[in-house]
Ligand binder design. Structure first.
Ligand SMILES: NC(=O)c1ccc[n+]([C@@H]2O[C@H](COP(=O)([O-])OP(=O)(O)OC[C@H]3O[C@@H](n4cnc5c(N)ncnc54)[C@H](OP(=O)(O)O)[C@@H]3O)[C@@H](O)[C@H]2O)c1
Length: 494
């Protein structure tokens, strides 16, 4: 395919999704109300939903279509980025139908409703099934859909794809087992594994920033880069979801998936085509080039102060009073390939830290010798994912009338160039891409398994060990153990 064809395909990606029926398992759940319905409504307002389209929401609770439509409208008003007006909300919810169906039960009512709605909406038997339910249901639903004939075979003119929420396994063994089960039922191209980080505009922009600005990508090598530092810091304690959090911890909740995906975008080679298969191959190669995690620390927050507010420690919650779970993880690793060999990648993620931000800092090497009095600050390319999305480059400039240098920032912020309304939520992008059969922003099997292989030995080791006294940090501060292991002798941007 030529470059111009690639470009045409990129533009095509931005049009309208294909005619289809969107079948949402878990339609009465938390994710559906806060993310999925608001995202679908934004796509509707943006005219990205096809005219031949309907939604079937599934849950256990009894609801009539009208009751459920009212519920969705209320949730749009409560949670959506774009709330539209009453006319647009009505037009949207009229495409929604509700079916009470037990996941473990008989699927013939689902087959029946699809048999009615598909011809009347002209959706051509194209189906996107979204599994917004507990991971224990990730195999049973496809299995039952297959048994009743709702999944099309390979080569069929219509599609039947499945979006699977995270977590995809809780360790290597469970991820492999889930993969094996799904493989018996689905082909890889039917599976859309969500990592909502990939739906973030700024994460996608890493790809565009590198590969559409050749001089930038030229700098992304161990020749120029001293270190890459990826930080995802939250300034909140865990809160109500503590029981869920305690079953995963920071390493599994954040690092194994989101941070490794960001790392893959930073370190990958340009794919030979801007298409899912080629992008996945390059990302997999990066993850496979990491032989092991060079150094890793975990830590858990104790009581402390976040922005002058006193907060409880993690274990102060009765439900997790003996927990050894990690609320902070810091690590160093190396991508052992020709481009990156020798350059440390630092990854830090955690809760109850001094401030909330997610960014990637690419710290560039100093000049071989200085003609000017040294300034301690190095050149940094900083990609800010949140809260203020943008890209900055720190360079040095001469102070007027002096011979000394001062670091200054070349800034690009999304707000300055694009209206905030034009920046879609991650779920909008991901749902639209899945509905358009574009898998490039979904995690493929090889990436996922490569990442689990790296972290599984650590997860198993940590399970056996209680936290030591030096593995706690007062909420609102950076863990001392992280500073001890990573800060000494290194320049870290935290
Ligand atoms: N919530 C989030 O922010 C978030 C973020 C990332 C990933 N996720 C993932 O998304 C998935 C859903 O999470 P959630 O927070 O939305 O869960 P949730 O609020 O507990 O909702 C679960 C949904 O599953 C339905 N359900 C449960 N058992 C069922 C059964 N036997 N038959 C039919 N329906 C059944 C529930 O229906 P009824 O209510 O009608 O019983 C409900 O709609 C999970 O895999 C989670 O890990 C969630």
């Amino acid at each position: 395919m030529s470059q111009s064809q690639d470009f045409t395909q990129l533009i095509a990606r931005q049009n309208v999704a294909k005619p289809q029926c969107f079948v949402l398992f878990g339609a009465t759940g938390d994710l559906a109300k806060r993310k999925i319905f608001p995202a679908l409504f934004a796509l509707f307002l943006d005219k990205k939903l096809p005219s031949r389209f309907c939604i079937i929401g599934l849950g256990r609770k009894p609801n009539t279509d009208e009751e459920f439509r009212k519920y969705v409208e209320d949730k749009i008003l409560e949670f959506a980025r774009l709330k539209g007006d009453s006319k647009s909300r009505r037009e949207f919810v009229e495409k929604i139908f509700y079916l009470a169906l037990d996941i473990d039960g008989d699927y013939s009512p689902l087959k029946k409703i699809l048999g009615e709605k598909e011809p009347s909406f002209g959706t051509q038997e194209n189906r996107t099934f979204y599994l917004a339910v507990a991971p224990s249901y990730f195999t049973i639903i496809p299995q039952k859909l297959k048994e009743i004939g709702l999944l099309h075979d390979k080569g069929c003119a219509s599609f039947a794809n499945i979006i699977i929420e995270k977590p995809f396994g809780t360790d290597l063994t469970s991820a492999l087992a889930l993969d094996l089960e799904l493989k018996k039922i689905l082909f890889e191209e039917q599976i859309y594994r969500i990592d909502h980080y990939l739906g973030k505009e700024t994460v996608q922009n890493i790809f565009a920033f590198r590969f559409s600005n050749h001089f930038i990508d030229h700098l992304f090598t161990s020749e120029f880069v001293e270190s890459v530092q990826i930080v995802a810091a939250e300034d909140l304690v865990v809160g109500d979801r503590v029981e869920f959090y305690d079953s995963v911890g920071c390493l599994r909740d954040f690092c194994q998936n989101h941070l490794m995906q960001v790392l893959a975008f930073i370190a990958m080679e340009a794919p030979s085509r801007n298409e899912a298969e080629f992008i996945h191959q390059e990302k997999s190669k990066v993850l496979r080039s990491i032989k092991k995690i060079d150094a890793i620390v975990r830590s858990q927050y104790e009581k402390g102060y976040i922005n002058t507010d006193a907060v409880h420690g993690y274990r102060d919650d009765e439900r997790v009073k003996n927990s050894n779970i990690d609320t902070f993880v810091g690590m160093r690793l190396f991508v052992d390939n020709f481009r990156w060999g020798g350059t440390p990648f630092y990854l830090f993620a955690g809760k109850a830290l001094p401030r909330k931000y997610t960014e990637v800092n690419i710290v560039l090497k100093k000049a071989p010798f200085s003609l000017f009095p040294q300034s301690s600050q190095q050149n940094i390319i900083s990609i800010q994912i949140q809260p203020k999305e943008g890209i900055s480059i720190i360079i040095r400039t001469k102070v007027p009338a002096k011979t000394s240098l001062k670091p200054v920032k070349l800034d690009f912020y999304y707000d300055d160039y694009f209206s905030s309304e034009s920046i879609p939520e991650a779920y909008e992008t991901l749902i639209f891409n899945a509905m358009s059969e574009d898998r490039s922003l979904f995690t493929d099997r090889d990436e996922l398994i490569a990442s689990w292989e790296l972290f599984d030995p650590i997860i198993q080791e940590w399970k056996k060990q209680n936290l030591e006294a030096d593995e706690f940090y007062p909420a609102g501060s950076w863990p001392e153990i992280m500073k001890k292991v990573f800060l000494e002798g290194h320049y870290l941007v935290i």
